[in-house]
Design a protein around this ligand. Structure first.
Ligand SMILES: Nc1nc2c(c(=O)[nH]1)N[C@H]1C(S)=C(S)[C@@H](COP(=O)(O)OP(=O)(O)OC[C@H]3O[C@@H](n4cnc5c(=O)[nH]c(N)nc54)[C@H](O)[C@@H]3O)O[C@H]1N2
Ligand SMILES: Nc1nc2c(c(=O)[nH]1)N[C@H]1C(S)=C(S)[C@@H](COP(=O)(O)OP(=O)(O)OC[C@H]3O[C@@H](n4cnc5c(=O)[nH]c(N)nc54)[C@H](O)[C@@H]3O)O[C@H]1N2
Ligand code: SF4
Ligand SMILES: [Mo]
Length: 787
C-alpha cells in the first residue's frame, strides 16, 4: 500500500500551521498505481472532503484528497483513506433477492420490481397510498432523493416519507428553522481561518470530522490561536485541546447554555443595536436565562460555577465565534431547545453573517443536507412550508399535478411515527433504502418485532447483507459511491459532484435507476397524462432539481454538472447574483422568517405544539430572527435504585455507523474490532472491574455484554459505541440500541440516544471463554481505541 501516512496511528497527520491561509497537504492511499483519477468527494461524514478515486483495470485501487478543494485542501482522515476497499469486497449484493418459503432467494430485477409494484397497487387499492411508507438515508445522492421525493409526494401522494436523518440531524434543521425561518447553515468553513473562539457543543469533532479538526489544529499551531470551549461529559480528543471543558451531566444542555447566556447578558457583552434591528424576543429570553446563575447551573449540571464563568468570558468577549453543535445536543434531552440557545448566543452578540462567525447546527451524514432539501424526508423540497398553500401550489405547478395530490393536510409523518404505523399495521409496506435500522434505531427488540411482522412487506435496498436485509421480503442490490454519478451538499453548503468511476458489481443498480424503474412501472402521470418523472439520467435529475430551487434559500440554479466538474466544490446559493456561490447567509441581518418565505410557522420548544398560520401572522417577524428561550426539563428516564447509572452512546474515530463499509477494511477493523463499555475509574473501583473484564449492561429494554474500558468519563456515566451489531459477530448481544429508549424531541422528533438508565454487572471468566477471547488481547486492542 502506498500511503502518505498511517492514518490509523496518526489520525490527523503532521501539522501545517496557518500562514494567512490553510496550507495544502495532499493525503493519499493506493493499493496500486491508478490508470486514472476520477473526481469525487468522500461520503463518510458531513464534512464533504473533495477526493479523487484512483481506478485501475475497472477497479477502485485508492483515493487521494483534492488539493484545490475548498473544504479539505487535499487532506483526508482515516475513514476517507481506508473505507473505499468496501466497494471491492466479495460479499457485495449482486442480485435481487425475494423471500420464498421463508428464505431469501435470488431473483431477476423484473421479478423483484413486479412484486414490489403489485404489492404497492394492492395496498393502494385497499388502503390508499397511506399504506405505503419510505425510510431512506443521509447517504444517497441529491438526484436520488429528489426523484424519491417526487415519486412519493406527487406520484403516490403519501405523507409517510422520512430518513435516518430523523435520527441524525432533524434537530439541526429544526433549530435553524426555529431561529432563522428556514434550514441552511449561515456560515462557511473559511470562518475557521480567522475566528477568535470556537464552541463545540456535544460534538466530538476530533474523531467525527477529523479533517475539520485538522483545520482547527493548524490554527492552534499558527499565530493567534483561537480559544476553544468544549461541552461534553467525556474527556474526548476534542476536550483534550479545550481552553475550557465543561463536563456536564447528560441531559443538562439547556441549564448550561442558559447559564452562559445569563452571564453574557449580565456582563453587557451584547450587541444592542443588532438585537434591536434584527431580532425579536430578547426580553423574554433574558427573563428565562436570568433564573440560571452559575451556582444553580452547577447544582443541576455538575459544571463548576468557576468554569462556567470562564466559558462565558471567552464566548462573551471574542470578536468572532464559530460554534458547532451535534449529537450530544440533538440526541439528548431538550435537543432543539438547547441547540437554539447557540443561535441565541450568536444573535445577541451580532456574530453572524460575516467572516469568522459561523453557527454549525452540524450535519452528520454526508448527504443529510440533501435529504432535507429534496423532500425525501418530512419536509417539502426547496425548504417549502407544507402549511403554506402558496408553497404547495408552486410544487403542484412545477410537477403539473393537482394541489391535493401533494400531502399537506397535516404534518408529514416523522420516522418514529412511520415505525409506529408499521407496528400498528396501518403501514403495510416499508421501503428502506440506505440505512440499517436493525442496528441504528432505538430499542432494537421492538424494531426486530416490527420488521418480522408477517403483515408488513419490507423492501431493503442496500449494497450488503445487513442485520436489516435479514428481515426483508425483497432485497434490492444497490450501486454505491464510486459506481454512480451524482451530487451532494456538505454542512457548509458546499456542493460536490461525484463521478462514476467503476461499474457496480453484478446486477447492482443505482438508487436513482431503481426509483425511476419503480416510477415507470407504477405509471405515474401528470395532469396532462405525460410521465410524471421525465428524467432518466443523473444530470437530467439535477436540472429538474435546479428548477425546484429557483427563488428558494437553497438556490442551485447557477450550478451545472460542467461547472461542478471544473472546480472543486461550490456553495449554495448559486445563482445570477452569486455565480460562484455565497460564503455567508444573512449578511444583511434579514432572515427567512417572513410569513411568505418561512419553512415553518414554528413550535413551542417545550411541548412541540405547532404555531398556526394565524398566530404567526400576528407576530409576523418579517425578516427578524427569533430569540427563543427555554427552561430546564429533566430527562424522562433518570438513574434510580434498580438502574443506578446513566448510559450514553456514540462513535469512535475508526468506524462509520453500523460498519458496513469500515468493518470491511482490515485496518479499520483491526484498530477497533469490538464494542466496549467505558466507565470511570471511580465506578470501576466501586464494582471491582478491571480493564477488559466482560460487563453486562442492562436497561429496562434489554442487555448487552461488552469488555470494560476504564477512564476518561464522568463517574456515574457509561458510554457504549453504537457501531457494533451482528452481521460479523452474532455470538453475543452487543448493539448499544438494545438498551436505548423509544422517545423523541417534541420539536424535531429526533430520538434520544444520549441517555438512559442502566445497571452494570461483571461477567465471570466463563463468558470470556464463550466468546473465545482472552483478557490480554482485548486489553491490548482497547488501548488502541480512543474515546
Ligand atoms: N468516525 C466517525 N465519524 C462520524 C460518524 C461515525 O459513525 N464515525 N458519523 C457521522 C454522523 S452521521 C454523525 S451524526 C456525526 C456525529 O458526531 P458527534 O455528535 O460528534 O458524535 P457522537 O459520538 O454521537 O456524540 C458526540 C458527543 O456527545 C457527547 N454527549 C453525550 N451526552 C451528552 C449531553 O447530554 N450533552 C453534551 N453536551 N454532550 C453529550 C458524547 O460524550 C460524545 O462525545 O459524526 C459523523 N462522523
Ligand atoms: N445508540 C445510538 N444509535 C444511533 C446513533 C447514536 O449516536 N447512538 N446515531 C444515529 C445517527 S446520527 C445515525 S446517522 C444513524 C446511522 O445509522 P444507519 O443509517 O443505519 O447506518 P449505516 O451503517 O450508515 O447504514 C447505511 C446503510 O446504507 C448502505 N449504503 C451505503 N451507501 C448506499 C447507497 O448509495 N445506496 C444504498 N441503497 N445503500 C447504501 C450501507 O451499506 C448501510 O447498510 O444511527 C443512529 N443511531
Ligand atoms: S472528514 Fe469526513 S468527509 Fe473528510 S475524509 Fe474524513 S470521513 Fe471523509
Ligand atoms: Mo448521523
Amino acid at each position: 500500500m502506498n500511503e502518505s501516512r498511517d492514518s490509523i496511528k496518526d489520525i490527523w497527520g503532521e501539522r501545517t500551521p496557518y500562514r494567512e491561509e490553510w496550507p495544502v497537504r495532499q493525503d493519499q492511499r493506493t493499493g496500486e498505481e491508478p490508470d486514472k483519477w476520477v473526481q469525487s468527494a468522500c461520503v463518510l461524514c458531513s464534512n464533504g472532503c473533495g477526493m479523487d478515486i484512483g481506478v485501475k483495470n475497472g477497479r477502485i485501487v485508492g483515493v487521494r484528497g483534492r488539493e484545490g478543494d475548498r473544504v479539505n485542501h487535499g487532506r483526508l482522515g482515516p475513514k476517507g483513506l481506508h473505507a473505499w476497499v468496501a466497494n471491492n469486497s466479495t460479499d457485495r449484493l449482486t442480485k435481487p433477492l425475494i423471500r420464498r418459503n421463508g428464505k431469501l432467494r435470488e431473483a431477476t430485477w423484473d421479478e423483484a420490481m413486479d412484486l414490489i409494484v403489485q404489492k404497492s397497487k394492492d395496498i393502494i387499492e385497499q388502503d390508499t397510498s397511506l399504506g405505503l411508507g419510505f425510510y431512506t438515508s443521509g447517504q444517497l445522492f441529491l438526484e436520488e432523493y429528489y426523484t424519491l421525493g417526487v415519486l412519493g409526494k406527487a406520484g403516490l401522494g403519501t405523507p409517510h416519507m422520512d430518513g435516518n436523518t430523523r435520527l441524525c440531524t432533524a434537530t439541526s434543521a429544526a433549530a435553524l428553522k426555529v431561529s432563522f425561518g428556514s434550514d441552511g447553515q449561515p456560515g462557511s468553513y473559511t470562518d475557521l481561518d480567522t475566528t477568535d473562539a470556537i464552541l463545540h457543543f456535544g460534538h466530538n469533532i476530533a474523531s467525527q470530522q477529523t479533517v475539520l479538526w485538522m483545520r482547527i489544529l493548524d490554527r492552534l499551531a499558527g499565530p493567534n490561536p483561537p480559544k476553544i470551549v468544549v461541552i461534553d461529559p467525556r474527556e474526548t480528543y476534542t476536550a483534550e485541546k479545550a481552553t475550557v471543558h465543561l463536563a456536564l451531566k447528560p441531559g443538562t444542555n439547556v441549564p448550561v447554555m442558559n447559564g452562559i447566556l445569563n452571564l453574557i447578558i449580565q456582563s453587557g457583552n451584547i450587541d444592542k443595536g443588532y438585537i434591536e434591528a434584527h431580532t425579536t424576543g430578547f426580553e423574554e429570553l433574558k427573563k428565562i436565562v436570568s433564573a440560571w446563575p452559575p451556582e444553580r447551573v452547577e447544582e443541576v449540571s455538575g459544571v463548576p460555577a468557576l468554569k462556567l464563568r470562564e466559558a462565558a468570558e471567552i464566548l462573551g468577549t471574542a470578536k468572532s465565534v464559530v460554534s458547532t453543535v451535534l449529537q450530544g445536543v440533538y440526541q439528548s434531552m431538550q435537543g432543539t431547545a438547547a441547540a437554539v440557545q447557540v443561535n441565541n448566543l450568536h444573535l445577541i452578540r451580532g456574530l453572524i453573517g460575516r467572516d469568522g462567525c459561523a453557527i454549525y447546527q452540524m450535519n452528520g451524514q454526508p448527504t443529510a443536507q440533501n435529504t432535507r432539501e429534496c423532500g425525501a424526508d418530512g419536509d417539502l423540497p426547496g425548504f417549502r412550508n407544507w402549511g403554506n398553500k402558496e408553497h404547495v401550489q408552486q410544487l403542484a405547478t412545477l410537477w403539473n399535478v393537482p394541489l391535493d395530490k401533494i400531502p399537506h393536510w397535516s404534518p408529514p409523518t416523522h420516522a418514529m411515527q412511520i415505525w409506529r404505523f408499521a407496528e400498528s399495521g396501518t403501514i403495510k409496506m416499508l421501503w428502506i433504502s440506505g440505512t440499517n435500522p436493525a442496528v441504528s434505531m432505538p430499542e432494537l427488540s421492538r424494531i426486530r418485532k416490527i420488521l418480522k411482522k408477517r403483515k408488513l412487506f419490507v423492501v431493503v435496498q442496500d449494497a450488503f447483507n445487513t442485520e436489516t436485509t435479514k428481515y426483508a421480503d425483497v432485497v434490492l442490490p444497490a450501486a454505491i459511491w464510486g459506481e454512480k454519478t451524482g451530487c451532494f451538499t456538505n454542512v457548509d453548503r458546499t456542493v460536490h459532484i461525484s463521478h462514476k468511476a467503476v461499474e457496480p458489481p453484478g446486477e447492482a443498480r443505482s438508487d436513482l435507476d431503481i426509483f425511476l424503474d419503480y416510477s415507470r412501472r407504477m405509471d405515474f402521470r401528470d395532469k396532462d397524462g405525460n410521465p410524471l418523472i421525465q428524467w432518466t439520467t443523473p444530470e437530467e435529475a439535477f436540472e429538474a432539481w435546479k428548477k425546484c430551487t429557483r427563488g428558494r434559500p437553497c438556490d442551485y440554479t447557477g450550478m451545472s454538472y460542467a461547472k461542478l466538474s471544473e472546480g472543486s466544490g461550490i456553495q449554495w446559493p448559486c445563482n445570477e447574483k452569486y455565480p460562484y456561490g455565497a460564503r455567508h447567509l444573512y449578511t444583511d441581518g434579514v432572515f427567512n422568517t417572513d410569513i411568505n418565505q418561512c419553512e415553518t410557522y414554528g413550535h413551542d420548544l417545550d411541548t412541540g405544539a405547532a404555531v398556526t398560520e394565524q398566530e404567526y401572522k400576528v407576530k409576523n417577524p418579517a425578516g427578524k430572527a427569533f430569540l427563543k428561550g427555554s427552561d430546564y426539563l429533566p430527562p424522562h428516564e433518570v438513574p434510580d435504585e434498580d438502574y443506578p447509572l446513566w448510559l450514553t452512546t456514540g462513535r469512535i474515530v475508526y468506524h462509520f455507523h453500523t460498519r458496513t463499509k469500515t468493518g470491511r477494511s482490515q485496518q479499520l477493523h483491526d484498530a477497533a474490532p469490538d464494542g466496549y463499555v467505558q466507565i470511570s475509574d471511580e465506578d470501576a473501583a466501586k464494582y471491582g472491574i478491571r480493564e477488559g473484564d466482560m460487563i453486562t449492561v442492562t436497561s429496562r429494554r434489554g442487555k448487552v455484554t461488552e469488555p470494560a474500558k476504564i477512564g476518561g468519563i464522568e463517574p456515574g456515566l457509561v458510554f457504549i459505541p453504537f457501531h457494533y451489531g451482528y452481521w460479523d459477530n452474532d455470538k453475543r448481544s452487543r448493539a448499544a440500541n438494545e438498551l436505548t429508549l423509544t422517545e423523541w424531541d417534541p420539536v424535531s422528533k429526533q430520538p434520544y440516544f444520549k441517555y438512559a438508565a442502566v445497571s452494570i454487572s461483571k461477567e465471570e471468566d466463563g463468558m470470556l471463554k464463550k466468546i473465545g477471547k482472552s483478557i490480554e488481547t482485548l486489553t491490548e486492542k482497547l488501548k488502541l481505541q480512543e474515546v
